[in-house]
Design a protein around this ligand. Sequence first.
Ligand SMILES: NC(=O)c1ccc[n+]([C@@H]2O[C@H](COP(=O)([O-])OP(=O)(O)OC[C@H]3O[C@@H](n4cnc5c(N)ncnc54)[C@H](O)[C@@H]3O)[C@@H](O)[C@H]2O)c1
Length: 424
Amino acid sequence: MPRLQRVYGHITRGCGVSTVHDARRVFQTVIRLCYHLDRNPIYPRTVVPPKKGCATPERGDQPWRTTATFGARGAAAGAFRASTLCVDATTKWPYPPTSLPRQDVMERAPERMITGSPNKPVIAVVGAGLMGHGIAQLFAVAGHRVAVYDPNGDVRASVPARVRSIFELLGQDQIALERISLHSDFGEAVSGADFVFEAAPEKLEIKQEIFERLAATTKPVAVLASNTSVIPIGDLGARVNRQHAGRIVGTHFWNPPHLVPLVEVVQAERTDVAVVEKTVELLKSVGKVPVHVKRDIPGFIGNRLQHALKREAIALVADGVCDAETIDLVVKHGFGSRLAVLGPMEQSDLVGLDLTLDIHRVLLRHLDRRPGPHPFLEQKVAAGELGMSTGRGFREWTPQQCAEVRERLNRYLLALAHQRKDGA
Ligand SMILES: NC(=O)c1ccc[n+]([C@@H]2O[C@H](COP(=O)([O-])OP(=O)(O)OC[C@H]3O[C@@H](n4cnc5c(N)ncnc54)[C@H](O)[C@@H]3O)[C@@H](O)[C@H]2O)c1
């Protein structure tokens, strides 16, 4: 049976469409409905606004116009016959298109909702929690098809709303949501991927099992990346043979991944250098700042630095030198206020290494050097003082204060993200 390969669409005047954004959404909706989701719809890439003197063949009116090309999965391109369909969005289809059950459609026909640039690597995300949905969002908005797997149905169902809220926060076109498909079947999600990002719980056993399954179900050239915070990458691939271990790499995104640019790319002993390079390139292409961690050490770079600071901070409070509020004031209003623009190595060079050496000669032997967690921290956790979640940790928290901290952090990170976008 001959199948349509191209769609030509126009929206006539007087239907309430006044922006390219609206027009794209109408076209996309129309195309999707026209084909009853029976193949791989691709939303219109270029929407042409009405021009003076431009007439449509049908109505002699000035339209919004578009063409959308699409293909069908599993069939050779030659099996299709080029054809054309005219779409009139004014008469047959509901407006606004947002009234259509997007989320429902994604859930019911995930494999068919995949759209995106055919030249961009296909991404799979395993685990759609706090980190996974943000990682999916950042690749989708950059034009990649993203297949998301999570074993929890409630988590899967919440992905569209959580991703949509990121688009809203960043003022991005929500149409990229269409590039994300949701899967309850592991193999279905990962089998077509060029890169898999694992963002499952930080439990060695769970991650080892995932990498074992990934080795068996993905394309032999697919890169298998883990978002683990501290587990050595070599341990994750312990159950995987040498042939597959070469494609396992660490990609430690920072929370929230759509706002914090750094990704630590961790090379394990058996990781192929080419895999590291490919991963760095991919991350750069979506606007991240990847760094190459050349040895597979616990905590990589960022968390070692962060926790070296926390170890000393906890010891200072436990020793009664100051309270927790004072630690936060010292960091935020002291050296922390310049950290985002002046790293510690730059700062050492700025003040001079001779001064740094003099300071270390006096200071280092006084810093906390205990090999395990501080008893003060252990006591807090044993007493159920876990922080904001329980209202008390190192500091006391009301629900309102917790909300204010989160709001303040998001506002700050968002402002930085906008600055970067504007090239400031
Ligand atoms: N939260 C952070 O600030 C942060 C920052 C950087 C890195 N990480 C790392 O990212 C990873 C994910 O953390 P998170 O905070 O998103 O966790 P999360 O608990 O929010 O999400 C984990 C998701 O994995 C799913 N899951 C459970 N078992 C699974 C399995 N067998 N296969 C696939 N998915 C499964 C869960 O349903 C859940 O949705 C962890 O390794 C964590 O250490 C977290």
